[in-house]
Design a protein around this ligand. Structure first.
Ligand SMILES: O=c1ccn([C@H]2C[C@H](O)[C@@H](CO)O2)c(=O)[nH]1
Ligand SMILES: [Zn+2]
Length: 133
């Protein structure tokens, strides 16, 4: 599974974004440890706060199907620039992924950057902290 393929999946996922309020579609493609891909798009709501980001949609779809181990996620938007996951999504990634998990932010299908979760989420709070008391 190449990074380019995962990015293409993220662009496909973006087509289903439900964004009547922001007009800011986002797509994500999440790669499991055994090579399956779960797509996600952002899903907005008239009450605003129930809005779910593309990345969390992909995670929650996968986790609800029993997946627990992940390798990478690709994220794509319409901005013409690299689109980074928000803090809430980084926290969700922290719950299920180790620090080597790859976050691939795409500007277009062949122009992307790769970061680890450790790089994008330093000083994070996780289940390990709960074990300290
Ligand atoms: O990484 C991001 C950043 C934003 N959004 C969504 C939330 C909202 O629907 C819209 C504007 O913030 O974009 C995502 O899905 N992923
Ligand atoms: Zn988010």
């Amino acid at each position: 599974m190449s990074r380019e393929t995962l990015i293409e999946e993220a662009y496909e996922a973006k087509k289903n974004a439900y964004v009547p309020y922001s007009n800011f579609p986002v797509g994500a493609a999440l790669l499991t440890e055994d090579g399956k891909i779960y797509r996600g798009c952002n899903i907005e709501n008239a009450a605003y706060t129930p809005t779910n980001c593309a990345e969390r949609t992909a995670f929650f779809k996968a986790v609800s199907e029993g997946e627990r181990r992940f390798r990478a996620i690709a994220v794509a938007g319409n901005t013409g620039d690299y689109l980074f996951p928000c803090g809430v999504c980084r926290q969700v990634m922290m719950e299920f992924c180790d620090e080597a998990f790859e976050i691939i932010v795409a500007r277009d299908k062949s122009d992307y950057k790769v970061f680890t979760l450790a790089e994008l989420f330093p000083g994070s709070f996780s289940a390990d902290d709960l074990k300290k008391i």
